[in-house]
Design a protein around this ligand. Sequence first.
Ligand code: AKG
Length: 317
Amino acid sequence: MATNIEQPVGKTLPRLNAREEFTGLFLPSDGHDDASVRVVAEIIALGLERNAWELDNLGYTVLAPHQVGAGDLADRLREKLLDFAEGDLGFRPDLENGDQIKAEVTAIGRGHFMPAVMFKDALFEHALMTRSVLALMTYLLGENCILSSNSAMLKVRAPEQLELHTDMVGQPAPFPPYAQVANATWALTDYSPDNGAIKFVPGSHKLARHPSVGEALDDSSAITITAPAGSVIIWNGNTWHGAAPRNNPGGRLSLIFLFCRWYLMPQMMHRQWISEEALARNDDRFTVLMGKRSPYSGLDSDGRPVDFTLGQASQFA
Ligand SMILES: O=C(O)CCC(=O)C(=O)O
C-alpha cells in the first residue's frame, strides 16, 4: 500500500512499495541465468577449462595454435597483413632480418600500425569468428559483447619498453570485479622477450584499478610471454600489461581484436561501417559483435528484436 513521506521542500510525494509496484527487474541480481550454463558448457566442450582458470586467476591466457584450431589461418593473415604493409610502405617488410621500417611512435610501441584491417578483407572475419577465441571472450564479456576495435601492429626494433597499463581507458577505479573490456591478440610471428613480446602482471586484474605512475614503470613482477606464431593471447582489460623492447631485427606482427560489453561505446563504430555483404556471409553472432543488436543501436540496428533481460542477468549474458 502506498504511503506518503515528508520532503525537505515541504511537499509530499507518494512512496511506492517496489516489490508491489515493479516486476523485480531492478532488484539485485543473483547472477545466475541460462547464459552462464551455456558459456561454461562451451568452455568444457572445447577443453578450455585451464585457460578459463588462468583468466580467472592470472587475468590472461595463451591459446596455443592447436587450441586455436584454425589450420593455416595465421599464415594467411600474416601474408595479407604484409600485403597491406607493402601497400602502405612501398616495400614488403622482412619479418626476420629487415630493419628498414621506420619506427613510428604508436600507442602500443614503435612500428607500423594498421587500423581497421577487417574492413579490407573477409579473411579477418574468419579470425574474429574463431570458436575457441570467442568461447573465452564470451566467458569474459558475455554473449552480447561487441567488437570494440580491430587493428594490426608491426612492431620493430626500438629501445623502449611499453609501460604497464590496463585497457580500461577512461574508466575510473574501482573497476567492477568482472571484465568490461578484453583483448584477443593473434601472434602472427613468434613472441619472445627479445622479439618484444607482451608482458603481464599475474593476478593484477584483481586490484581493480590502474597502476600508479611508479607501478607502471616497475615491471619486476611482470611475466613476458613466449608463444609461437599462430597463438592467440587473451586478457582481461583490467590486467596490468606492457611489452618488452624488441631487440631483434625484423618485426613482430599481431592482429588485435579488442572487445567490450554491449553497453559500452566501442572504439570503432563497426555497426555503422560493416557492409551488408559481411553481415550476410556471417552468422548471427557476427551481427551481435558488430553492435547491430544492442538496444542502443537505434537506426544502425539490423531491425531484429533485441532479447535482453534488463535485470537479473549474469556476467555471462
Ligand atoms: O601488443 C603489445 O605488445 C601490447 C598491446 C597493448 O598493450 C594493448 O593492446 O593494450
